[in-house]
Design a protein around this ligand. Sequence first.
Ligand code: ADE
Length: 251
Amino acid sequence: MHFTVLTLFPDAFRFIEEYSVLGRAIRGGLVSLDTVDIREYATDRHGTADDYQFGGGPGMVMKPDPVFAAVESALAGIPDAERVATPIVLTSPQGDILNQDLVNEFANAPGMILVCGHYAGIDERIREGLITHEVSIGDYVLTGGELAAMVIVDAVSRFVPEVVGSAENVEHDSITSGLLQHPLYTRPAEFRGMPVPEILRSGNHADIERWRRQQSLERTLSLRPDLLETAPLTNSDRVFLASLGWSGVPG
Ligand code: ADE
C-alpha cells in the first residue's frame, strides 16, 4: 500500500514514519509513505500556498494551482491501471465521517493520495476537479488535516497483511467483526481482589468461545446497539440477545 500525502507540514509525518508499528511497516517495505510539500509546487518564489477569499471574509484559502500541480505529479508516478482506482482524499471537517467501511474501501485500493486541508478551507475547484473522497475524523475542528491524514494512514495500514501480525488480529478486533470486543485478561489471575473469570482458565475452548461471543454481544448491545443492525449474527446470537431484552431485527 502506497500513501502519498500532500501537506504544508511534511515534518509532522515523521511521527508515523518513526512510530513503532507503522514505522516498522514502512521500514519493512509493507507500507510506503511519501510526503509532498505543497509549497514546492507554488508558482511564486515565496512558496505561497494560500490567498485571500474572493468576496471577502476571515481566513485564508488554499490556492488551487499548487495543489493541482502536486496531485498531478503524484498521479504521474502511478501506473495507468492503478491510477483510476487510487482515491484522492481531502481531510476536512466537512467530509464523510471515517468508519470501518470506509477504511476497508481504502484498504482495497492500490494506494491513496491524501490532501491535508488547512486554513479556512480550500478553493472549491480543488474539490470539484481533483478530490474523490472528503473525509472527516469526527465532528470537531482540528487546526489542520495532518492528524486526520495520519489517522487514515494508520487505520488503513492495519489491513495490509503482516502490518499487525496475523490477519486474525485484525479480523477479531473491535468493530471489524461488526461487534465490540469481549473483555481481555492477562496475568495475574487475581489482581486487587478482581479475579479473571473462571471460564477463561477452564481450558474448555468451546465454552471459552461461547463466553467471548456472548460478552461481545452483551457489550455491543449495551454500548453500541446501532452496530447490531448490520453485524453478522447467527441464530444463537439472536436468541442470546433476545434473552437480554433485545428486540432488534429478526433473522
Ligand atoms: N481538519 C480539521 N478538522 C478536521 C476533522 N475533524 N477531520 C478531518 N480533517 C480536519
